[in-house]
Ligand binder design. Structure first.
Ligand SMILES: C[S@@+](CC[C@H](N)C(=O)[O-])C[C@H]1O[C@@H](n2cnc3c(N)ncnc32)[C@H](O)[C@@H]1O
Length: 225
């Protein structure tokens, strides 16, 4: 698994990074102290990353350009929301939006969610949103899917007893794969939303794209066994 975020950590320590890694977003990421966290920074502080800690905590995996992260933070000010994003460019764009909107209840981590989630203390999350993860449609690539059996096994430990995974995809085989991977979990009716996230539909950028093409979208809430 890729170790994501280490370039930011090296720059913060004053080390130089090779030219081939000279991505302007890596340098910009260094400036978002207290907003954008590397995996090494998240864990010692977790869950105290926000202006007001001790509130319900929702994680969004794959925050992309931050649309949903910002929407959740604004619509649910009584909760904290942490985005996990694997690319520097997208994590920085999320950090810019958190800063521009002065949101004390939203933070972003540049990381591979598959590496970070197992490190989270048990029973510390109220919910995890996984919206339109890469479907890896070829059979030989299925192992790259995020919503695998192991993913649900980890989240069963990390979520509070009433915790949820809100999953959306346009890809029917992935939807069925995720339902099978979440064996033992409670599976909601289609289009039900988690109670804490019921103020808006939280339509994502990818969701808007599929809906505009009249393509089906599969939405489900899994709650802990
Ligand atoms: C297909 S996009 C969906 C974006 C957004 N959730 C939406 O629905 O519009 C998937 C996003 O997940 C991010 N991503 C993919 N694998 C990831 C991982 N292992 N950890 C964190 N983010 C990941 C990608 O960089 C991308 O921003």
């Amino acid at each position: 698994m890729r170790r994501v975020g280490s370039l930011v950590e090296r720059l913060k320590k004053g080390e130089e990074v090779a030219n081939r890694h000279d991505n302007p977003y890596v340098r910009e990421a260094v400036g978002f102290e207290g907003i954008l966290f590397t995996p090494d920074e998240v864990m010692p502080k977790f869950p105290n990353l926000f202006e007001q800690n001790g509130r319900p905590l929702v994680i969004e995996v794959g925050s992309y350009l931050g649309k949903n992260l910002i929407e959740i933070a604004k619509e649910v000010p009584e909760a904290n929301v942490l985005g996990l994003e694997i690319t520097y460019k997208r994590a920085v764009k999320c950090a810019r939006k958190i800063t521009a909107n002065s949101l004390g209840n939203a933070r972003i981590s540049i990381c591979d969610a598959r590496a970070l989630l197992p490190e989270i203390p048990d029973e510390s999350l109220d919910g995890v949103c996984v919206f339109f993860p890469d479907p890896w449609p070829k059979a030989r690539h299925e192992k790259n899917r995020l919503a695998r059996k192991e993913f649900f096994e980890i989240l069963e430990k990390k979520l509070k007893p009433s915790g949820f995974v809100w999953f959306k995809t346009d890809h029917q085989p992935y939807f069925e794969y995720a339902v099978a991977a979440a064996r033992g979990w409670n599976v909601s009716e289609r289009n039900i939303q988690p109670k804490i996230l019921s103020k808006s539909s939280y339509t994502t950028v990818f969701e808007q794209m599929f809906l505009s093409r009249n393509e089906p979208v599969y939405r489900v809430v899994f709650t802990r066994p």
